[in-house]
Design a protein around this ligand. Structure first.
Ligand code: SF4
Length: 180
């Protein structure tokens, strides 16, 4: 496969798409992001919408662990109304991974603190606004397949990672699962 500009998977809400639970966006105005768009690097996804959830929707949080625990069946994603939405979150994560495979993506920039997209922090499952260290379901699945996941607070680092990949063979699909 020939080299070229490495692509980047980006949370759709960061690009201004009104896909959040409250039907709002979380648009980021940033020179790196705008240049990636001009360069045709950006592949957008909202994992929760891709997993079948509507806009708007009740907010969800992970209860009993972090994204990797959800993938391992040790934790679940629950809406503020008490509905178990784990299956939709897992489906959305799988769709994100599929897009990464299709585009040979090794770098993602995902919205921090989301139960799907969070990469360093999530909420603790109590719906009391308490943050804990952890990652969302999509971030966890991408990392299990060796995609580097950054947040909108780490655009400089993500840009460096993309530049390091430029000109290298895309390498096809991210490596197969390494979590057994
Ligand atoms: Fe944004 Fe991710 Fe939430 Fe979709 S799932 S609204 S892309 S943070």
């Amino acid at each position: 496969m020939s080299g070229g500009r490495a692509k980047v998977l980006v949370s759709a809400c960061l690009l201004g798409e009104r896909v959040r639970y409250d039907a709002r966006a979380a648009a980021v105005r940033d020179g790196h992001l705008e240049r990636w768009l001009r360069e045709g690097r950006v592949v957008a996804i909202c994992p929760e919408v891709a997993g079948g959830l509507p806009v708007p929707r009740p907010p969800c949080e992970i209860q009993g662990g972090s994204g990797a625990d959800v993938l391992a069946g040790r934790a679940r994603v629950v809406s503020q109304l008490g509905d178990d939405e784990t299956a939709a979150f897992r489906a959305g994560a799988e769709r994100a991974l599929e897009l990464a495979r299709i585009h040979g993506i090794r770098v993602a920039v995902l919205k921090e603190r989301s139960p799907s997209c969070g990469s360093a922090q999530i909420y603790d499952g109590s719906f009391a606004g308490r943050r804990i260290a952890g990652e969302g379901v999509t971030a966890a699945l991408l990392r299990q397949h060796r995609v580097r996941v950054f947040s909108e607070e780490q655009l400089e680092e993500a840009d460096e990672a993309l530049r390091a990949l430029d000109g290298q063979p895309a390498g096809g699909a991210p490596a197969s699962r390494d979590d057994g």
